[in-house]
Every structure is written in C-alpha cells, then in structure tokens.
Design a protein around this ligand. Structure first.
Ligand SMILES: [Zn+2]
Length: 184
C-alpha cells in the first residue's frame, strides 16, 4: 500500500489516503452487477477520494468501484483533463454511429484490444453530494463512460471484443512483454 497525497484543488483539502489494490480479473466481483450507491448509509466523500486517488496512482483514465473490490455503482474518470466521480450513472441513449477504437483496462494491464462501441453517449448521474447531472459525451470521454458503465453491470471488454481483435491484441501484448523482458 502506498500513501499518496492529491493536490488540494482536486478535493478541497489535503488528506492522506490509501491506494486501493486492484482485484484479480477472475474475482467474481468483476462479473457482478453492482448495487446502487447508498447515499444514506455509505460515505460518498470517501469513495470519491479513494477512487480518484487510486485511478491517479494506477495512471488510468477510468476506474470502476468493483475493480478495487467495492460493490457500488460508481466510477472515476478523466473528462477534459478533469478527474471526476459519477455515482449511480444511467445511460439514457447512445449514438447510432459506432467506432472501433483500442481500449485498455487496468484489470488487464498491457492488453489493448479494438472494441466497437457507440461514438457518443448521453447519461445522467449524481455527484458526491447527491446532486443530479446529465450530459452528452463524445470521443474519449464517451469511450471511458461506456467502458466503465459496463464494469458496473459486470461486463468487461472481453464481452465486447471480436475474436480476431482479441487475438491480435494478445499477440501484441506478448511482443510488449518480450520487449519488456529484453530491457531487464
Ligand atoms: Zn476496465
């Protein structure tokens, strides 16, 4: 476990936090439909802080709560260079247009399969105070939202990837691992 400190601007004040460990991809929580975040009984401030801190530590663009062992519908993401946490998000609509883009996932580090997903998405969600928001997203933000939203429903990019794209990504991952080994 590593202690890191976020800049105060991100969370209001400096606090120490533990980085939450990433759980194994075979853990059943990865394939579990998560339960709604309970604003009455759970601590949204702490969850937001832990998700942001962990996403930053692992250098991810998105992180769903189950990836770090928490059963709650919330994920962290970077949108327009700004880290944010979305609680109880709901996808309202997606664009008909789909695009094939390489994706990564912190749960399967080093694997970047091409995944076909809608180019844009409209969602609503709550922030840590319970205030409701809605918005439409395109490009990388839409991609992150759709990937993380899948995690909340117990799906991963393996549920979306075409076999040929997975094979190609696995071959490239092997090359990547070999190159890493050569450097040692
Ligand atoms: Zn992921």
């Amino acid at each position: 476990m590593t202690d890191i400190i976020l800049p105060g601007s991100l969370i209001g004040e400096n606090k120490k936090s533990k980085v939450l460990p990433l759980i194994d991809g075979r853990n059943e929580l990865i394939e579990t439909k998560l339960t709604e975040f309970d604003f009455e009984n759970d601590d949204p401030e702490k969850l937001e802080y832990d998700l942001l801190n962990s996403m930053r530590f692992y250098d991810g663009l998105g992180l769903a709560a189950n990836q770090v062992g928490i059963n709650a519908r919330a994920f962290a993401m970077i949108h327009d260079n700004t880290p944010m946490v979305l609680f109880n998000p709901k996808v309202i609509s997606v664009t008909e247009e789909k695009i094939l883009v390489k994706e990564g996932c912190l749960t399967w580090y080093g694997l970047f399969p091409k995944i076909l997903r809608p180019a844009g998405v409209t969602i609503n969600w709550k922030d840590k105070t319970g205030q409701e928001f809605s918005g439409s997203f395109i490009d990388i933000s839409a991609r992150i939202i759709l990937h993380e939203y899948d995690h909340l429903n117990g799906y991963t990019f393996f549920d979306r990837v075409k076999p040929m794209h997975l094979k190609s990504a696995k071959n490239k991952a092997k090359i990547y691992i070999r190159q890493m080994k050569k450097k040692d």
